[in-house]
Ligand binder design. Structure first.
Ligand SMILES: [Zn+2]
Length: 455
């Protein structure tokens, strides 16, 4: 009877290719799931009895990990195209304040998760100013960390900003689940005074919360710290705030402040020198690499090869819809691989297999979730994503490269902790009115942008 009950509760996903990531791809293989967990990975002939699901000419991957996004900004796609970085940030902040209600941002976050699910993304690392994203991820049945953002470039804002951060976090803690958790994000070195940065990191460490910081994204950020010059410095001086030379680089500043001891997730890390790379590896701070966003905003290409060679953990992020026209981590993996070869001017600097590993295990390690997700292994949670794959392409490319090449194709199956979330290219249980509401928000944002004085 015991065996029969196990049989009844086990699901066997059969696919032409299974890519476990932590070991070589398997052809003609099966992944068995019972409850939330993976119970078998191997040849179909040896699979235990269970309900059979035929995925056919598909590649079955671990659920993809988006190591950096802002889901509440999903209605802003294309809104800020062409702006320089400082204008982009200011316009984004003003648009959010003028147009987007908390309900609108929650809808946008749900729609962003739906887009991500169709792209096979099961885990989200989201930095949120509004705090609505924790509930959105929970409603959509995905895994994630929502880092509550805190801002405050003036020394005088320190106490009030910390009090607000504590209130925000305490209000959200009851809504954490096994799948969705909270973190803290002092936004960036040019929007957060260094005393507040220290306080936020200390608070997070004391409360057992992970930390994420946007870091070393632009030349303007380096100029702000190294020379006390550039648009960020001018902006703060215009507000009557003192700006002084602070440090060699954003990474050096975090070392000098001791904030690296909280091992924050460092978002972007485009503008690094050798000493920065060494510090990141030495202190074990994971990096969220966002190749498309960095390209859209004209920031450059992060030294991913050097970070990996130094032993740093790297995951891949889409960043927000305000700086990326897609949320597609397979697409980011393909871009990451291509851009490293373009940057270093030699082939295969970051192989497709390694890029796919960044999109899965790399992201999971960056978020401290690699014991549970990031690869297809017995005992791990069943976060899975399957995509149709052309056998002709797969024959020459291999399943890993072929998977990167089909970025943009909707998944045929996505599960989170064993629960199906996508079947045959459709998100299960999606509110049919959701897209209409977010379309209204997007139209309101466009009307607001057109109402601005011409630049
Ligand atoms: Zn960001």
């Amino acid at each position: 009877m015991r065996a029969a009950s196990v049989t009844n509760t086990q699901t066997n996903y059969h696919a032409r290719w299974v890519v476990p990531v932590t070991r070589p791809p398997l052809a003609g293989a099966t992944v068995s799931v019972a409850g939330a967990r993976i119970t078998y990975v191997g040849p179909r002939r040896d699979a235990p009895p269970g309900e059979d699901i035929e995925l056919g000419d598909a590649v079955l991957l671990p659920g993809l990990v988006n190591a950096h996004t802002h889901l509440e900004l999903t209605a802003m796609r294309g809104l800020l195209t062409g702006l320089d970085f400082v204008s982009w940030i200011r316009t984004l902040t003003a648009a959010r304040a003028a147009v987007l209600t908390p309900a609108a941002m929650r809808d946008a976050a749900c729609l962003g998760v739906a887009e991500g699910l169709l792209a096979g993304i099961t885990t989200y690392a989201d930095t949120s100013a509004s705090g609505v994203v924790l509930g959105a991820m929970r409603d959509m049945g995905v895994r994630g960390i929502m880092y509550q953002e805190v801002f405050g470039p003036a020394a005088a804002q320190r106490a009030e900003a910390m009090a607000q951060l504590r209130r925000d976090v305490e209000a959200l803690r009851p809504f954490e689940t096994d799948l969705v958790h909270l973190g803290v994000s002092p936004h960036a070195v040019y929007t957060v005074h260094e005393d507040l940065m220290i306080d936020a990191a200390a608070y997070a460490a004391g409360a057992g919360l992970p930390v994420a910081i946007h870091l070393a994204e632009s030349d303007a950020e380096t100029a702000f710290l190294r020379e006390a010059e550039g648009p960020f410095a001018e902006g703060l001086r215009a507000r009557g705030l003192p700006v002084e030379r602070r440090s060699h680089s954003p990474v050096h500043l975090l070392v000098e402040l001791g904030v690296v001891l909280a091992r924050p997730l460092l978002i972007h890390c485009v503008k690094l020198d050798e000493s920065d790379v060494d510090f990141i590896a030495h202190y074990g701070c994971p990096v969220a690499h966002c190749p498309a966003s960095n390209a859209v905003l004209g920031h450059g290409i992060a030294p991913v090869r050097e970070l990996l060679d130094a032993g740093a953990v790297v995951g891949l992020g889409s960043d927000s819809a305000a700086s990326n026209d897609q949320m597609d981590i397979l697409g980011e993996a393909r871009l990451a691989s291509l851009m490293q070869s373009a940057r270093l001017q030699r082939p295969d600097v970051l192989s497709t297999a390694e890029a796919l590993a960044l999109a899965t295990m790399g992201g999971a390690r960056a978020l401290g979730l690699d014991e549970r997700v990031g690869s297809i292994e017995v005992g791990k949670d069943a976060d899975l994503a399957a995509f149709r794959l052309d056998p002709v392409r797969a024959a020459t490319l291999g399943p890993e490269a072929a998977a990167l090449a089909i970025a943009g194709t909707p998944a045929v199956l996505v599960t989170v902790a064993g629960q199906p979330r996508v079947r045959d290219g459709a998100v299960l249980g999606l509110d049919p009115m959701l897209a209409g509401r977010v379309t209204d928000s997007a139209a309101a944002l466009v009307a607001w942008r057109h109402s601005l004085p011409a630049r």
